[in-house]
Design a protein. Sequence first.
Length: 262
Amino acid sequence: MISPRTYRAAALPALSALVVLALAGCDPDDLAAESGGGTSGGANGGAQSAEGFGVSPLDNPDGTKPGLAPLTGDADRAAARKIIEKVATKGRGPKTGYERSKFGSAWKDGIDGIPLARNGCDTRNDLLARDGKDIEHRSGSDCVVVSLKLKDPYTGKSIDWRKQRATEVQVDHVMPLSYNWQMGAARWNETKRQQIANDPLNLLPVDGPANNAKRDSGPAAWLPPYKPVRCSYAVRFAQVSLKYELPVTAPDKQAMLAQCGG
């Protein structure tokens, strides 16, 4: 396990009304937790570059390394397709009974069996420290992030993020919790649901409006607006699916393969 101080030291250099949130498919509990920890910032478009996005998902199978870098080479895209091809498919089940609380309280630190757990810092702040640069912590804390710079993989934008505007950066569940519920997590025990909700493999700090637009969509219905990262996003979706033995729908798998040239 990476200690909180070592992990965050390595990172140093390198969500609106409840009605709106419900319509956007975001969970108010998650966003309230984000606000409490302190997030934010103003985004600027900037040049959309492949640089600064972090690590390729092919080199980050447990999600502990920062970001989501585009996959552009033929060999990497072929390797990506091999991962996606392993994903099982089935029809999407009913959403009946789904509540965010079925996956535990938001950003809980004490979840065994996943990286970065029980390190003295909640999941959200762990992820901000993983992916952010120029990080500042709350005075007297080596956990609570109050400002950072983020190269957003979903839009390609650079975001200056500060505590006062909490929802401009949100931590996205790559494989959404409602989607997971419909694809089999409804039958899981609470521990396993808490794991997928807090596993860094399934979490990315991203542009808030882009995350709102995604809602609980699979890849056939929503992909990151920033096209160079779409293959990497498909790989990360597949990595979560395979780790937790959750299928995806056939259209979602087809869309995932298509992003990587399949």
